[in-house]
Write a protein that binds this ligand. Structure first.
Ligand SMILES: Cc1cn([C@H]2C[C@H](O)[C@@H](COP(=O)(O)OP(=O)(O)O[C@H]3O[C@@H](C)C(=O)[C@@H](O)[C@H]3O)O2)c(=O)[nH]c1=O
Length: 186
């Protein structure tokens, strides 16, 4: 399995092998031992899947507060997305910095986003299907969001604001300064 630590080294891009033959392919998309060797060793308790019908859908930037803070292992099984992780851990040397990776049905990569990060993505194709494993259960009261195009974060999204589609909730999210103190760097 290919393993790459990104500019924020706690964020890890992994690419499991795909074995192709005349029928199609086979792939171990999650193997606890290989993920542990890659540095992803928290237990997962919930699997999620979303479908975004159109290119330009933005979901995020989302997190849950402790004790429901979630690590997420994200992949794209249909189409392509641009996935972004933002370090929101107070005291972290990379606090307020972001990293991104393209995840697609073609490159077969998965992005590990630890607890204490905000997460979001935009779809690069129509009908983008995203599946991700989470280390904590959904807890509505613990959910928090930061605005996707935060001036403070200056995320270099690969599309213009006028081409995006967001939920009402995400359009009303506050600036990153609101996230101060949500998480501590451990
Ligand atoms: C996230 C979530 C939502 N829901 C419900 C609440 C709501 O009625 C409906 C849609 O929820 P949302 O609009 O929050 O879905 P969405 O905007 O796709 O939220 C997701 O965005 C990405 C970026 C993440 O990182 C995820 O953790 C999650 O926050 O699904 C659950 O039942 N369980 C869950 O775990």
């Amino acid at each position: 399995m290919k393993v790459e630590r990104l500019a924020i080294p706690d964020v890890i891009l992994v690419t499991p092998p795909r074995f192709s033959d005349n029928r199609g392919f086979f792939s171990e998309t999650y193997n606890i031992q290989r993920m542990k060797e890659a540095g992803i060793d928290l237990p997962f308790v919930q699997d999620n899947q979303s479908l975004s019908r159109e290119k330009g859908v933005v979901r995020g930037l989302h997190c849950q507060l402790d004790p429901y803070a979630q690590g997420k292992l994200v992949r794209c099984t249909r189409g392509a997305i641009w996935d972004v992780a933002i370090d929101a851990r107070t005291g972290s040397p990379t606090y307020g910095k972001w990293v991104a990776a393209e995840l697609s049905e073609n490159n077969w990569s998965q992005l590990w986003i630890p607890p204490g990060f905000l997460h979001g993505f935009c779809t690069l194709t129509d009908n983008a299907e995203v599946q991700y494993k989470c280390t904590a259960l959904y807890d509505k009261a613990s959910e928090r969001a930061v605005i996707w195009n935060s001036k403070e974060l200056a995320i270099d999204w690969p599309m213009k604001a006028e081409d995006t589609i967001l939920s009402e909730k995400d359009l009303q999210a506050p600036e990153f300064s609101e996230a101060k103190g949500w998480f501590q760097y451990k």
